[in-house]
Structures are given as structure tokens and as C-alpha cells.
Design a protein around this ligand. Sequence first.
Ligand code: SF4
Length: 336
Amino acid sequence: MAFANRFGWSLSREATFDQCRRRYFFHYYLSWGGWQAGAPAGAREAFKLKRLVSLPLWRGQLVHYVASMVLRSMKAKGKIPDRDRVVAYTLERFKTQFEFSREKRYLSTPKKSFESLNIDWLALIDHEYGRPVTDAALERTRGECVQAIDGLYESPILGVIAETDRAKWDIEDLASGAFSQQFEYGGATVFVKTDFMFRAGDGTLRIVDWKTNRGAVRETDAAEDEPRDAAVQLGIYGYYAARILGEPVASIRLLEVNLLDGGRSIEHAAGEESVARAGETIASGIAKLSGALFGRDTARNEALPYERFPMIDNGLCRFCNFFRICKDESCSLRLP
Ligand code: SF4
């Protein structure tokens, strides 16, 4: 059966659209089918480029994965795993993944086989573009990974959840590479990706979002796709819990945990007003993105011609995955 490119919405997808229309076109349309050997060269190149990550994004992915493993271990064994062993595991993944990328094994090794991801699969933008990763940048990223794990352990959350019913924990499954949380809304598949949900002792449903970005946005974070407006993101999770899972709004708690800031937690308001606002965000986002389709036809999901996705011209381009096929005049696959 043919695997169709379904029209979808998520906050990060809309953020890409807002940042650069051309980047959106490359990521969600040109790259489609590019995993097939017989696909057009442009699609194959776009597919490869869309999977490249920056150092900050890699840091975020690795920390999210380790956090999910810590929770899985707690769920299975009923105790918090030893912090030093978790740090050692993180650094082992860090080293293995970096070597995988540096040797460009991402060109020949599948990221996913059957239903599971190769967790050590990594393709760094710098390696693909032949740019050196300085020792200082690598050391800083490594240090931030450890700092984030420390933030997880310093946060009160591990202690809080240890007292709750583990059978009711819902932990993001990063090893499967699939979106388990999605729903249909106005002709679009809406993707939600909560990091962790649990039922607290007082009966409330707590939705936790690990944050691994830093307060100040650096220029080199252009390729980082972790939405920075945590309130909006958690509002979408609140909508999902209320409208899709059927949770009473009054018993939803939304929690942002900043792992690079000592595990500092911020609770965001969940109420009828914020759920309604999240519904409006989803509806307006779908309306915006569907405007880039022929006839606004979300079922057909055919993008307008690429000329209708204008490029931008600023410092972000230097750090963009798609620079090669967008702005590198020596690249034969570059769009005219
Ligand atoms: S190189 Fe610049 S214009 Fe081209 S897709 Fe990337 S951000 Fe957009």
C-alpha cells in the first residue's frame, strides 16, 4: 500500500513555516519519498538534509532519550537509577553517536529498522557540510548533557513520581520513533508529543515537558526546533488531555521542567480558557499551513509550486540544513 504524505500540524511545523517558507517546503514536501533509492535526486538529498541536527538539537535529543530511559527504569524497578551510572551511559551514547556522525555512517546505516530506531544514529550538520566541530564546542555540549542530567536529578520530580502509581505513567517512547499521540482536527493530523504524564496522589493528571534549551537564543541555535514558548506548547498538551483523553480540565496540571537550570519547574495555567486558546492556536495554524496547498485541499496535500515558498535572507541560512540545495551555487540540485 502506498505510504501517503498526510497533511499535519504541530507547533514545530508551524514554527518552521514562520521561520522560512522555503525551508518548510524542503522539509515537508520536497523530501517526501526521499528514503527510496529510486526517488528523484533532489528528494533524496532533501531527505538526507532534513535529518541533520545542530549541536544544541543533538543535546536536546540525547537528554530527552536518557530522561525517558530513567523513567522507564523507575517504572520497571520501582527505584531511581544511580545518577553516576546514568551519566556514564549518557557519555557513552554521546561518544558513540558523535563517532557515528563523524564517520558519516548515517549515509549507509538506516535510522530505523522494523519498529525501532537505532538510538546511536546521528547526522550532524557540521559533519555533512565538512565544517570542523571545535573541541570547545564539543566539550561544551558534552558538559551541558551532564548538566541536564544533573538537573533531572536535582528537580523534585523524581521524588514526587516515586510516590505515585507507576502503572499510570505515560512515558514518551523515543526508541520506536513513532508518534503515539495524534488526533484528527479540521483535515489535519495533529501531532502531540508529551514527554511524560503521570497521575499524582491528589488525582490530578500532571503533564511534564523537559526543557533543554537555554534562556538566551544564540545565533547558532537556528536549527534547534524545540519550541521556546513553553506556555503555548503545554497549552496544546492540555487541549489533548481535555478534548482527546477526556480529562476534566480542573484536574490537569502542566509542568515545564528546565533541565539546564537545575531542574527548575514552572507550572502553567490549565483551565477552560487556556484549552480554548489552544484549540484556536491549532485551528489558525491549520488554516495557515493549508494555504500552502493547491486548493487548500488537505486530503490531497499537494504543495504549491516551490516559487510560492519564498526564501529568506539572513544569518540563519548559514546554519540551515538545506543551505546546499537552497543557496549553494555549486550544487547541481539547487532549485533555480
Ligand atoms: S538556506 Fe535560508 S532561505 Fe534557504 S531554506 Fe534555509 S533558511 Fe530558508
